[in-house]
Design a protein around this ligand. Sequence first.
Ligand SMILES: Cc1cn([C@H]2C[C@H](O)[C@@H](COP(=O)(O)OP(=O)(O)O[C@H]3O[C@H](C)C(=O)[C@H](O)[C@H]3O)O2)c(=O)[nH]c1=O
Length: 268
Amino acid sequence: MKTVLLTGAAGIVGTALRPLLAARYPRVLLSDIAPVDDLREGETFEQGDIANLEFVSRITQEVDGVVHLAGMVGPSYTFDEVLGPNIVGTYNIFEAARRNGVVRLVYASSHHAVGFCSRDEPVDEITPPRPDSWYGVSKVFGESVGSYYADKYGLEVMSIRIGFVGEEVVDERRLHTWNSPRDLSDLISIGLEEPIDGHVIVYGVSECPDSFFRNDIAEKLGYRPKDKAVNHLTDPAILEARPDVSSIAGRVIGGPFAVDDNPRETGR
Ligand SMILES: Cc1cn([C@H]2C[C@H](O)[C@@H](COP(=O)(O)OP(=O)(O)O[C@H]3O[C@H](C)C(=O)[C@H](O)[C@H]3O)O2)c(=O)[nH]c1=O
């Protein structure tokens, strides 16, 4: 794996992953709708819109694998708002990869694909989707596209239902969904390099107490999280905090994403 395309490279997750991918792969082609102007050695950048198939066809021409992050992320985006970036954009990435003979693709799905599942029982890779938002619905769509391109065209696809990515655990819910950038980049490298049979779904989660997720397939593929959520708390009181179960947000995996009429920027 010499050249990897990273879409959504200017975003929160993309920015956290960049140094880790640059350390691992000789060439990383970054792309985003927003500018990126602090390139490291081995990085190049193409600015453009993933909803444009011509642009996506061009950036997937000379790459060996794709990590697809770009998209709208949030609880309150409407169907019309996710349609271009998350639905058309994701189709474009898979279709352009297929046309250009790129076999390996890691798709950034989200735990919001199962966000309406109860916190009481851990979900696993075969738990049926229960999205908590149009964003979550779009991630379920992306997983289906990954499955379809794997079965029909032989792509090897890992969909990672990402928890909460950051250096720190910021609240009680995130204690159970946290994924360090280092662990996520290890999981991505498994998706790019290890033998994958068709399409697999895994969870992007580090070592978390009472994790919401069972991650057996990731473990079988060799994923061993190095980081423990309890060592990255912004406040030790997070360990004692309990969810407010009088609200749906306190009862389901997706937390505030499951509440109607949320403000647009409600965490991840
Ligand atoms: C709408 C749109 C966005 N982008 C870029 C703009 C941002 O730099 C980036 C998304 O970054 P943001 O910081 O908003 O979200 P993250 O927290 O990094 O989200 C990431 O992890 C979670 C789990 C995900 O579901 C996202 O798909 C994945 O990108 O995608 C584009 O390049 N094209 C577009 O059309």
